[in-house]
Design a protein around this ligand. Structure first.
Ligand SMILES: Nc1ncnc2c1ncn2[C@@H]1O[C@H](COP(=O)(O)OP(=O)(O)OP(=O)(O)O)[C@@H](O)[C@H]1O
Length: 624
């Protein structure tokens, strides 16, 4: 039996240029404006390539734009006809990628797709080029259309000169605006875009005859002293970022080819809304929304910098996350850390100003870095029962530093703690409790102790047993009244005596209340699950102050109904005092208590008895 094989045929992929350009414009590039960047970048790379073998060759790029077309002429390496087919006409092929590492070092482009950006704004790209490779390099014209076709023809020297304005080697690209894209060809727009992307480039670039390059980067300018330098850098930061920075830090990492400035933003920012950095790649603007350049804790800093070691993504609008970027992130973080430490020594006023706005960022850093914690401790503010203090200041007052873990607990204990001469730190804000807990590591001899409501309750003085016995009847009514709210009632003596009652509530009790509330609101299935979670019933506590005259009079009440109303009123007032959010059940109780008290304060008179006329008597009539 003979086996007959079907013949294999070989084919080349077809490229639907329309689809590709659509993909680039819709998904890769943020805006059509990038076409200027891509053209500029190719011109710059072509000059760089020519300079590699001819260091004295001219480095000029001339751009003309008239509202409907743009031409860009460079004095770069140019292209031969075979190169036109191989490089311009082959998508994804790049002359800048043969030896990737050196290419990355020298050139801006690498992917071989940049020229396609021109199809976002034009239907044809016309390239006229003459290679600098020597005699025999005939001038050539390449015309590519958005439908995927292209033509190539050799030009006479005269045709070349009339298209480029010079017989010298180089390349001229011409685009005619697609209908509807004229806005991207307006001279001012082109000049603005070329300046934005290319003002720092090392070659002479002009738009319609006006130079846009030649200014050094702000960090390259010499100044007479550090103060004038800082003020010039702040002004440059303001121009680049659109806000007046609070301060600035120079960045210089020669090993990874980075120079620039980190600016401290002037207002509070949340770690979540980190702003982007303005990054130049080999002096060409890559993006002003780069992320990942600094460690997370440095969310209060925005950089403007130039790099020649970091890699762009294909859109050239972000940095590629690789080992170099992570090493750079570390190194820049270290630089900012050193600067903060130096500021503490050289310029405490500036550090105080910075911490006044960005203590959250500095605390985040201090938490992960013992050295920073040590240096910044005298500067970082904490809320305490004695006002805003640094932990060092608190530590000077007491060898045991008391802190609460939540803002709630702080509110509960602050009045009593103050009256007892204790300084308590509110650890309820982001990072604060964790920083307090680390204090003994860096300040040996200091102990820290968490203060919750149980610890406070233990510290309050008990009442003489005979007096407690005399209040037994009242306490029994009060406990019965608050039992449904899972609240115990106790009597203690404490200062300040102006406080009639304290509502103490530890975390377990709060958690249990939340669980119980959820159980009430949940459907049957969840309610069953939630109730199975509940084992014990941690309870809160209403501590009546025997030193408070009003509370004392309440505790002497013998009328059980009035005692009940008064207990509820004290409970409500203690809740309000602790600025605790009221549950619906608490809200109802507070309303009931105040209504009950008002009722007692203004008891209703018996209904008016009708007079002989049948009308109710009025005081007016009585007066007559
Ligand atoms: N002005 C120019 N002078 C000389 N060669 C050019 C010029 N413009 C483009 N080329 C050649 O065409 C190739 C493709 O250019 P294209 O802009 O598409 O990609 P690229 O610059 O290599 O990479 P990227 O996609 O990262 O921009 C380049 O690698 C280069 O060899």
């Amino acid at each position: 039996m003979t086996s007959e094989k079907t013949p294999t045929t070989s084919h080349a992929f077809q490229v639907d240029l329309h689809g590709l350009v659509d993909l680039l414009s819709q998904h890769l590039y943020a805006s059509p404006r990038v076409y200027v960047r891509e053209l500029l970048q190719n011109a710059v790379d072509a000059i760089t390539a020519r300079r590699a073998s001819d260091p004295t060759c001219p480095g000029t790029v001339g751009i003309t734009a008239d509202g409907t077309s743009i031409t860009l002429t460079d004095s770069g390496i140019g292209l031969t006809e075979p190169e036109v087919h191989r490089l311009l006409a082959t998508i994804g092929r790049s002359s800048k990628r043969n030896d990737l590492e050196s290419a990355r070092r020298d050139f801006l482009g690498q992917f071989g797709i940049g020229l396609l950006a021109c199809f976002v704004v034009a239907d044809t790209i016309r390239v006229v080029s003459r290679s600098a490779s020597g005699a025999g390099a005939e001038p050539v014209e390449w015309v590519a259309r958005a439908d995927g076709s292209y033509t190539v023809r050799q030009l006479t020297p005269a045709e070349y000169e009339s298209a480029t304005g010079t017989p010298a080697p180089g390349t001229t690209v011409r685009l005619d605006a697609r209908h509807g894209c004229e806005q991207w060809f307006v001279p001012d727009t082109v000049s603005g875009l070329a300046t934005e992307f290319g003002a720092l480039l090392p070659y002479a670039i002009a738009v319609n005859g006006d130079p846009i390059t030649g200014r050094p980067a702000p960090w390259e300018v010499e100044h007479s002293g550090p103060v004038s330098r800082r003020s010039a850098l702040v002004t440059a930061g303001q121009e680049a970022l659109g806000f007046t920075p609070l301060d600035c830090v120079e960045l210089d990492l020669p090993l990874v080819g980075i120079r620039g400035v980190a600016y401290v933003v002037p207002g509070q920012v949340s770690p979540a809304q980190r702003g982007g950095h303005r990054v130049y790649l080999k002096r060409m603007l890559l993006t002003d929304t780069a992320e990942g350049l600094l460690p997370d804790w440095a969310f209060f800093v925005r950089c403007v910098l130039d790099t020649d070691s970091l890699r762009p993504t294909a859109s050239r609008e972000a940095l590629y996350e690789d080992e170099t970027l992570s090493a750079v992130r570390e190194a820049l973080g270290e630089r900012i850390r050193q600067w903060l430490a130096q500021l503490a020594v050289d310029s405490p006023e500036r550090l105080r100003r910075l911490i006044g706005v960005h203590h959250l960022g500095v605390k985040a850093l201090a938490l992960h870095d013992e050295e920073v914690l040590r240096t910044m401790l005298p500067w970082l503010p904490f809320e305490t029962t004695d006002g805003e203090l640094s932990l060092d200041e608190v530590a000077r007052r007491t060898s045991t530093l008391h802190f609460t873990r939540t803002v709630d607990e702080f509110r509960q204990v602050s009045a009593v703690a103050t009256a007892q001469g204790m300084t308590v730190v509110n650890g309820g804000y982001t990072y604060d409790a964790d920083l307090v807990a680390r204090l003994p590591e860096i300040r040996p001899g200091i102990t820290v102790s968490e203060l919750d409501s149980n610890a406070v309750a233990v510290r309050l003085d008990t009442v003489d047993p005979a007096q407690e016995l005399a209040m037994a009847a009242f306490l029994s009514v009060a406990r019965g009244q608050l039992d449904p709210l899972d609240c115990d009632v106790a009597v203690r003596e404490f200062h300040p005596s102006s406080i009639p009652a304290l509502h103490l509530d530890d975390r377990a009790a709060r958690h249990e209340r939340r669980r119980a509330d959820a159980e009430v609101q949940a459907d049957e299935l969840w309610s069953g699950i939630l109730s199975s979670l509940h084992e014990t019933r941690p309870r809160s506590q209403l501590v009546l102050n025997h030193l408070n005259p009003l509370a004392r009079r309440v505790m002497e009440l013998t009328d059980p109904e009035l005692a009940g109303v008064a207990t509820e009123a004290l409970y409500g007032q203690a809740l309000l005092q602790a600025r605790r959010p009221l549950r619906p059940v608490d809200q109802a109780l507070v309303n009931r208590a105040f209504a009950g008290l008002l009722e007692r304060a203004a008891p209703g008179s018996p209904p008016n008895t009708p007079d002989s006329t049948g009308k109710p008597s009025t005081s007016e009539e009585g007066d007559r």
